[in-house]
Design a protein around this ligand. Structure first.
Ligand code: GLC
Length: 546
C-alpha cells in the first residue's frame, strides 16, 4: 500500500528548466533542480511525457514509447535523472499515454500503409467521406473521426486528429503496452500516471449520441476495470505509485479504480471540483466559481473515497488547468493569503497531495493579450470555434485568458533575471511579467514566503498521523464559503477551518479552540472571541484539539 505521508510534485519538462539554451526545458534541467525539490520535501516527481513525439500536444502524442525526444535529452539523461533523484529519496513517476498514440507512431504508419494487423491496433471504420461513423466530438473541438481516402476508412481520435485512439479490445495492443511498463520499471521508474485511462474501453457498437458529445459511451467504458486489472497484474504494478487520470468519471467507478481489493490503481484524479466555474458544464462559458458546489464536491469525494476503499489524488493545478490562485483566489491583493489557503485546503485532506510546478511559488495565469502568444492546440482550436459561435476576437481572447491550458504552461519562474532564469534565450512560450517579483530565488530565503509555507505543509503531513492516515469528517456550518473538517486518529485530532473567499466571515464554534495549539495558519494572528471565530480574507487555520 502507498504510504499516506507522501507528496508528489508534477513537472512539465518543456517549461521547467532549459539547460542547453534552446528555449525549451529539458531533462538535464530537471536534474539541475533536484536539490530544490529535495529542499521542498517532495517524495515523488511525476513528469509529463518526454518520449519521441511530433509535439502536437506537447508529448501527449507519443510516436515511440521507448525513446526520448532529442529536444528533451537522451536515454542517458533519463537514467541519470532516475538515479540522481533516488539519491535524494525522490521516486520518478512516468506519464503513460495509452489511450492513443501519435499518428507518427510506427503502428499507425503501418496501418496507413494497409497492414491489417496494425489497423486492428486502432479504431478504424469502413465508410465514405460524406458519412462520419458517429457524431462524437473530439475533446479539442470538431469531429472525433478523420477520413483516410486511400483506405476508405475513418479512424477515431477523441483528442487531436494526430492522436489516434488505440483498440484495447485487441489483446496484442494490451501486450504491447505491458511491455512499455516493464521497460521503464526495469529502468527504475517507481510509478506511473495513466493519461485519460478511463476512456480506453470503447463500446462494442458505435452509435450517434443524441444528447451529448459521445462521452457517455466510452467514459468508464464496458471493459475498463478488466483491462486495468490485467495491466496491473501482468506487470506487477500492485504496489507501485499509480494514478489514473479519470475524465468525466463517477464516484462509484473511482472507488473501484482505487480500491486496494480490486487490484487496479493506487489512486485517482477526478476533475469535478475544477468545473465549478464552467457554466452549464461548458469550459468555454465563463462563470464565477460556485463555492457551494465546490464545498459539496469536496465533501462527497472525501467521504465517498475513504481510507480503506480507495484513494484520492488531491490537486488544484496541473498542466491542463489555469492557475488555481487566479481562478479561486486573488492573485494580486491577497496573493499570498489565497495561495496558502488553497494549499492548506487540499493538503490537509485525505489523499495524496500533488503540487504542480510553480504552484509552490504562487505563480499566476499568464495575462496574454494576443492569440500569437498561445501555443496549446486546444486553445488555438477553440479561439476559432468561439469566433464561429459569434464572439469577437477580443471576447474569445478574454475566455482563453481565463481558461487556456497555457496558463499553467508558462516557464517556471526561477529568478528575476531575463527569462526568469528558465533559459538564456527567449522561451518557447511567453513569460508572465510578474516573474520579477514572483520567483523561487526571492522566496527561498524568505521564511514567510508561499514556498516555505508549502514546505511546512509537507512536513505537517509527515509529522501528524491524523493528517496522513486519519479519518475525515466535516462539521456542518451555515456558510457555503467556509469549509470546516476534522482529521482524527487514535493519537490526535486536528480541526481545519478554511475561508474560501475574500469576504470576512464569522464562524460559530461548537468547541473550544485553543490558539496556542495552532499548527499552521496563513495569518500570524487569528481572532477568537468567546465562541465566535472571525475569519479574515482567505484565512485558514489548522488546530490540534487533542
Ligand atoms: C490528458 C493530458 C492532456 C492531454 C490529453 C490527451 O488530459 O493531461 O494534456 O492533452 O490527455 O492526451
Amino acid at each position: 500500500m502507498i504510504k499516506r505521508d507522501k507528496v508528489v510534485y508534477q513537472i512539465y519538462p518543456k517549461s521547467f528548466k532549459d539547460s542547453n539554451g534552446d528555449g525549451l526545458g529539458d531533462i538535464r534541467g530537471m536534474i539541475e533542480k533536484l536539490d530544490y525539490l529535495q529542499d521542498l520535501g517532495v517524495d515523488y516527481i511525476w513528469s509529463t511525457p518526454f518520449f519521441v513525439s511530433p509535439q502536437n500536444d506537447n508529448g501527449y502524442d507519443v510516436a515511440d514509447y521507448y525513446n526520448i525526444d532529442s529536444r528533451y535529452g537522451t536515454m542517458e539523461d533519463v537514467e541519470e535523472l532516475i538515479s540522481e533523484a533516488k539519491k535524494r529519496n525522490i521516486g520518478l513517476m512516468f506519464d503513460m499515454v495509452f489511450n492513443h498514440t501519435s499518428t507518427e507512431h510506427e503502428w499507425f504508419k503501418k496501418a496507413l500503409a494497409g497492414d491489417e494487423k496494425y489497423q486492428n491496433y486502432y479504431i478504424f471504420k469502413d465508410g465514405t467521406p460524406d458519412k462520419v461513423p458517429t457524431n462524437w466530438a473530439s475533446k479539442f473541438g470538431g469531429s472525433a473521426w478523420e477520413y483516410i481516402p486511400h483506405l476508405k476508412k475513418w479512424y477515431l481520435h477523441l483528442f487531436d486528429k494526430t492522436q489516434a485512439d488505440l483498440n484495447w479490445d485487441n489483446p496484442e495492443v494490451r501486450d504491447e503496452l505491458k511491455k512499455v511498463i516493464l521497460f521503464w520499471k526495469e529502468k527504475g521508474v517507481v510509478g506511473y500516471r495513466f493519461d485519460v485511462v478511463n476512456l480506453i474501453s470503447k463500446p462494442a457498437t458505435f452509435e450517434d449520441d443524441d444528447i451529448g458529445d459521445g462521452r457517455r459511451f466510452y467514459t468508464d467504458g464496458p471493459n475498463v476495470h478488466e483491462y486495468l486489472k490485467e495491466l496491473v497484474k501482468d506487470t506487477g504494478m500492485e504496489d507501485m505509485m499509480t494514478v489514473g487520470e479519470m475524465s468525466s468519471t463517477s464516484l462509484e467507478n473511482c472507488v473501484r479504480y482505487s480500491n486496494p481489493d480490486e487490484g487496479e490503481l493506487a489512486m485517482v484524479f477526478n476533475f469535478h471540483h475544477l468545473k465549478v466555474d464552467y457554466k452549464n458544464g461548458d469550459k468555454w462559458t465563463l462563470q464565477a466559481p460556485d463555492y457551494k458546489q465546490l464545498k459539496n464536491l469536496f465533501k462527497t469525494w472525501q467521504l465517498g473515497i475513504q481510507e480503506g476503499n480507495g484513494l484520492n489524488a488531491m490537486f488544484l493545478c496541473n498542466h491542463d488547468q489555469p492557475r488555481a490562485i487566479s481562478r479561486f483566489g486573488n492573485d494580486t491583493k491577497y496573493w499570498k493569503e489565497s495561495a496558502e489557503m488553497l494549499a492548506t485546503l487540499i493538503h490537509m485532506m485525505q489523499g495524496i497531495p500533488y503540487i504542480y510546478q510553480g504552484e509552490e511559488l504562487g505563480m499566476t495565469n499568464h495575462g496574454y493579450t494576443t492569440i500569437e502568444q498561445y501555443r496549446d492546440v486546444e486553445s488555438l482550436n477553440y479561439y476559432k470555434i468561439l469566433m464561429e459561435r459569434g464572439m469577437t476576437s477580443d471576447e474569445a481572447l478574454h475566455v482563453l485568458n481565463e481558461r487556456s491550458r497555457d496558463n499553467g504552461r508558462t516557464p517556471m519562474q526561477w529568478n528575476s533575471d531575463t527569462y526568469a532564469g528558465f533559459s538564456t534565450v527567449e522561451p518557447w512560450i511567453p513569460l508572465p511579467e510578474n516573474y520579477k517579483t514572483i520567483n523561487a530565488e526571492s522566496e527561498f530565503h524568505d521564511e514567510t514566503s508561499i514556498y516555505n509555507y508549502y514546505k511546512k505543509l509537507i512536513q505537517i503531513r509527515k509529522n501528524h498521523r491524523a493528517i496522513s492516515y486519519g479519518s475525515i469528517s466535516f462539521i456542518d456550518n451555515e456558510d457555503d464559503e467556509v469549509i470546516v473538517y476534522v482529521r482524527e486518529c487514535e493519537e490526535e485530532r486536528i480541526v481545519v477551518i478554511v475561508n474560501l473567499v475574500e469576504d470576512k466571515k464569522e464562524l460559530i464554534l461548537h468547541e473550544n479552540l485553543d490558539l496556542a495549539s495552532k499548527i499552521i495558519s496563513n495569518y500570524d494572528s487569528n481572532e477568537v472571541n468567546g465562541n465566535i471565530l472571525s475569519l479574515k480574507p482567505y484565512e485558514c487555520l489548522v488546530i490540534k484539539t487533542r
